[in-house]
Design a protein around this ligand. Structure first.
Ligand code: SF4
Length: 282
């Protein structure tokens, strides 16, 4: 016993102070890819290698123009788009604070005029999502966030995940991240939960179970979709076995991009969902 106490004292406090101080992130961590649309010479190679179809190349205003769309809700942060963009217009960053109330805010688009060889001649316009009815819904739920802001019980639901997100969620409870310091606990039953933290594309086999779990969670409740799969179906998409993203089955209040999202990204999204990061709400 004495040795354990001695070791604990020698170790000191292991818990990180995030989000009060910025997270220490390895320079090798792959976070959000950043797109410099103005200097991007050709989006086609990136669209070809993107494993989830997060980069789409389509027709814009006329056949002579091109619209390039990037969806961070589909992105698995693999970095392949940067590897095939030698012009340096695509850069992998270490940014992970991407959670949002509004799915549309994860989408960027740009229109280009084209050269004869299909490369970009000129950026015509760049688009970011405007406020949508979905975002208005997020504002209505402010009362919910005020109610749940002080303490929170989370029921995690694996709707078809590969368990990558679960590994990061488990890390939230270790001494480094220690989510209980915020009064946040994971519970076994949706009847005791304020929040559902849903991972994975929703498999057809889990669809009914997820609907029943949602119904069993008392109001007011907050639903958080975790990872590329939870947001959009990710690499699995929508098919005979998968319903795609969580919001195809139940309403979602907050989306946390990543594949999987690191623990700080999960914490950021959870605190955003209950209004603890009100000043950072996107
Ligand atoms: S980092 Fe994202 S956008 Fe780029 S290739 Fe990978 S999945 Fe596609």
């Amino acid at each position: 016993m004495f040795k354990i106490l001695q070791k604990a004292l020698a170790t000191g406090i292991a818990t990180v102070a995030y989000p009060d101080v910025p997270a220490v992130v390895s320079p090798h961590f792959r976070g959000r890819p950043e797109f410099d649309f103005a200097s991007w010479r050709d989006a086609r190679p990136a669209a070809e290698v993107c494993p989830t179809g997060a980069i789409l190349v389509g027709q814009a205003l006329s056949p002579a123009n091109r619209r390039v769309t990037v969806d961070y809700g589909l992105c698995v942060f693999c970095g392949q788009c940067a590897d095939v963009s030698p012009d340096g217009a695509v850069r992998v960053t270490t940014e992970f604070e991407l959670a949002t109330h509004n799915r549309a805010r994860l989408i960027r688009a740009a229109d280009y005029s084209l050269n004869a060889d299909g490369t970009h001649q000129r950026l015509i316009a760049e688009y970011e999502a405007e406020a949508t009815a979905e975002e208005a819904g997020g504002k209505v739920s402010e009362a919910i966030r005020n109610t749940l802001g002080r303490s929170l019980a989370i029921r995690q639901v694996d709707a078809g995940s590969c368990n990558g997100c679960e590994m990061e969620i488990v890390a939230l409870n270790n001494p480094i991240h220690d989510i209980e310091r915020f009064g946040i606990q994971f519970v076994a039953s949706p009847r005791h939960a304020d929040m559902l933290l849903v991972t994975g594309p929703v498999t057809r086999n889990m669809e009914l179970a997820l609907q029943k779990t949602y119904a069993a969670t008392p109001d007011p409740k907050v639903i958080v979709a975790v990872g590329a799969c939870g947001i959009s179906g990710g690499i699995f998409g929508t098919n005979y076995a998968s319903r795609g993203g969580v919001d195809a089955t139940i309403p979602v209040d907050v989306y946390i991009p990543g594949c999987p999202p690191r623990p700080e990204a999960l914490l950021y999204g959870i605190l955003l969902a209950v209004g603890r990061l009100a000043e950072k709400v996107r």
